[in-house]
Write a protein that binds this ligand. Structure first.
Ligand code: CTP
Length: 415
């Protein structure tokens, strides 16, 4: 799969904390995604993990010393940073954070950080007393003020035996931050996108609910694709087993009514609404206060229509994208929904094959145009195609009252 990471030059700075072993996984994930990863280790980091581990996974030499023998093509202690698309320092110890904040350059990692014009991501990991120390906090603030993206730390059990903030964030969270940084100047830079995902749950009694098979995968893939393109994204999600993108603002809801309220509020200052959620069309007319006990052989439920969220949103200038999940007459039903819900784009797919699957296959329909078939492919690829279409629709969209003009596509240049 092509991702924003393909052929990107990433410098991974590893400093000396026990969490250094976790950056091995990050190096592997980045390499698997097609990035060229150059690892720079401090002397202390080499006490925890051997350079050979990183060299084997990245198939690139690991830099450790400023005055190492350089090849003709890569001579100079600053060339690594100069050609990087992004530099990630994970884990970043309190000591390395202090050096970066004060511009010290006494080893290869700090020299590279000072020499690079690329955006820098810092993922702190340390004992929580060190993390909470005013000196560390001030240093992190200095870096943040300078435009460095600080990711984490997470809360939890620490190697010292203490529990609190200080854990290195997950590899997935770091991947999200790296992708968002690489995509920051993409075709949706400055655009605010609201994505809904997953099923809703309509309670029957304290134990039971009516729901559907939606996994949320399509919506979550769209969140990632929109962030790759530079958008700021709000995800409104029903219950799913997925971990939301670390760079999205997340609003969790259960019922169709909660989702309707959340969408109404979120679109007030949004440019695009993408509704992938499988919203329940009916809810139980009343919710039993206590567990419904079995009695007769048949049980009849009274159901009441829920609000059609997409149809009810009519903020001028908002670009509306819907999904149609059907089991028959796919294009006919999709065209009806495109018209009746006043959509700019609808994505039509077969509910039987798409729900829960990692595969994507769909038709894209716009008013007055022929349907375009996309796939079969992955949901990630399908999401990228949909986001591309959203970007071109925005460029031709009539002036929105709340939306700034989106930036022209510039690829994924570093800031
Ligand atoms: N949708 C919505 N609110 C609802 C139901 C659906 O906003 N109460 C949105 C979905 O998120 C999707 C689009 O409307 O983007 C079409 O949803 P779908 O379930 O395919 O169709 P319905 O409009 O519910 O019609 P039907 O169930 O009769 O096919």
């Amino acid at each position: 799969m092509t991702t924003i990471l393909k052929d990107k030059r990433i410098v991974l700075g590893v400093s000396g904390g026990i969490a250094a072993y976790k950056s091995v996984e990050l190096a592997r994930e980045l390499t698997l995604a097609g990035a060229q990863v150059d690892v720079v280790m401090t002397r202390a980091a080499r006490e925890f993990v051997g350079p050979l581990t990183f060299e084997t996974l990245t198939r690139r030499p690991v830099r450790t010393e400023v005055f190492e023998q350089w090849t003709e093509a890569e001579s100079g202690h600053v060339s690594l940073g100069e050609r990087a698309d992004v530099m990630v320092i994970a884990p970043a110890t309190a000591h390395v954070i202090a050096k970066l904040a004060h511009g010290l350059a006494d080893d290869m990692l700090s020299v590279t950080a000072l020499a690079t014009p690329a955006p820098i991501i810092v993922a702190p990991a340390m004992d929580y007393h060190m993390y909470q120390h005013p000196a560390t906090q001030a240093n992190l603030q200095t870096l943040a003020d300078r435009g460095v993206r600080i990711v984490g730390p997470d809360d939890g059990p620490l190697a010292s035996g203490l529990v609190g903030p200080g854990r290195l964030v997950t590899t997935a969270r770091l991947m999200d931050a790296i992708r968002a940084t690489l995509g920051a100047n993409g075709p949706l830079a400055g655009v605010r996108v609201v994505v809904t995902a997953g099923p809703t749950r309509e309670p029957l009694d304290p134990l039971r609910f009516l729901s559907n098979r939606s996994s949320g995968k399509m919506g979550y893939a769209l969140v990632a694709a929109a962030i790759d393109a530079g958008a700021s994204v709000t995800l409104i999600t029903g219950p799913t087993a997925l971990t939301p993108h670390g760079e999205a603002s997340v609003i969790r809801v259960e019922t169709a009514a909660e989702m309707a309220d959340a969408v109404q509020a979120a679109v007030q200052d949004a440019d695009v609404l993408i509704m992938t959620a499988a919203v329940a069309d009916y809810r139980p007319s009343s919710v039993a206060e206590h567990k419904i006990k079995k009695s007769s052989d048949d049980l009849t439920l009274n159901l009441t229509r829920t609000t059609d969220i997409l149809a009810s949103i009519d903020r001028p200038g908002l670009l509306k994208v819907g999904f149609a999940a059907e089991t028959t007459s796919l294009l006919d039903y999709a065209r009806d929904k495109l018209r009746s819900k006043h959509l700019d784009l609808i994505v039509a797919n077969d509910a039987r094959t798409s729900m829960g699957s990692d595969e994507g296959w769909a038709y894209l329909l716009q008013p007055g145009q022929d349907a375009e078939e996309v796939g079969p492919t992955s949901k990630a690829e399908l999401a990228a195609v949909i986001i591309d279409r959203v970007a071109s629709l925005l460029r031709s969209h009539p002036a929105a009252d709340a939306a700034p003009a989106p930036a022209p596509p510039e690829g994924s240049a570093s800031a």
